[in-house]
Design a protein around this ligand. Structure first.
Ligand SMILES: Cc1cc2nc3c(=O)[nH]c(=O)nc-3n(C[C@H](O)[C@H](O)[C@H](O)COP(=O)(O)O)c2cc1C
Length: 245
């Protein structure tokens, strides 16, 4: 067997395969499903405007033109643009029972992640860290202030993070998914977030904005900034968006 097959990453993939002739076995015991979503009840809330769904760019043009863009100008992102970006990632498009179905699919409609936003240069918003409350399509204000430097440093010094109008930060909440899918559920978190990120990139392209996925960062520096424990909830993916320079 190749040496790299024995490493943690490969072992995870092999141990979480489904087989027709074997039931899934693990030693996790009963996993109680946690709350389906998160709300900072006491935080000031900022409702986002209705997104503009009449943009003229076709899906095909956006697919063709999408690129990871790392340079942004100082021009602020408008509230409407912010609304379109957020809606593209997590807009609620249908309610079925207690499920809030959204623009992006999620395994078992469990949505095992949360969306945080660093608003750095958005019209009508003070700089700071916010949390998306999906059901009300509003932003919960967590901390006001300029965190560009801390965020860019946490992202291994990638300067686009400090230059962006808005930085999307997505956390994983593993238990939401693991309560149903056990260890295999971890796979689904990353698959789910891939959908959000692609929606965001296509929406940014349609709006003439630049964006770039980021997987390289010091995890716990971001967790500390957002006051996440890094275990039950941990940042796993970033995506800055800004006006083209
Ligand atoms: C999971 C993932 C993580 C990435 N992390 C980074 C990153 O940390 N820094 C960066 O500059 N680009 C990052 N990228 C962007 C890739 O470098 C980019 O998608 C690739 O070069 C292809 O270019 P394109 O997106 O313009 O087609 C990441 C992309 C993905 C999908």
């Amino acid at each position: 067997m190749e040496m790299y097959h024995k490493g943690l990453g490969f072992k995870y993939l092999l141990d979480t395969k489904y087989f027709r002739d074997r039931p899934v076995k693990d030693d996790l015991g009963f996993l109680p499903p946690p709350p389906a979503d998160k709300s900072y009840f006491n935080a000031p809330k900022h409702a986002l405007p209705e997104p503009d769904l009449e943009l003229q760019h076709s899906l095909w043009e956006c697919l063709k033109n999408r690129r990871s863009i790392r340079r942004y100008s100082d021009t602020p992102i408008t509230r409407k643009e912010l609304s379109n970006l957020v809606w593209a990632t997590q807009g609620v498009t249908e309610k079925i029972g207690h499920h809030l179905l959204r623009t992006a699919p999620s395994a078992g409609a469990l949505y095992p992640f949360e969306t945080y936003l660093y608003l750095n240069n958005v019209e009508g918003f003070e700089k700071g860290l916010y949390h998306l409350h999906v059901a009300s399509f509003s932003l919960e204000e967590l901390k006001k202030g300029d965190f560009s430097k801390e965020l860019a440093e946490a992202a291994l010094g990638q300067r686009m993070v400090a230059r962006a109008g808005v930085v999307f930060l997505w956390s994983a909440v593993p238990l939401r998914c693991m309560a149903k899918y056990r260890n295999r559920g971890i796979r689904y978190i990353f698959l789910d977030l891939g959908h959000l990120c692609q929606n965001l990139q296509l929406a940014a392209t349609a709006l003439g904005l630049g964006s770039c996925p980021i997987g390289a960062f010091f995890d716990d520096e971001l967790n500390e900034l957002l006051e996440l424990d890094g275990i039950e909830e941990s940042i796993v993916y970033l995506n800055p968006v800004g006006k083209l320079s």
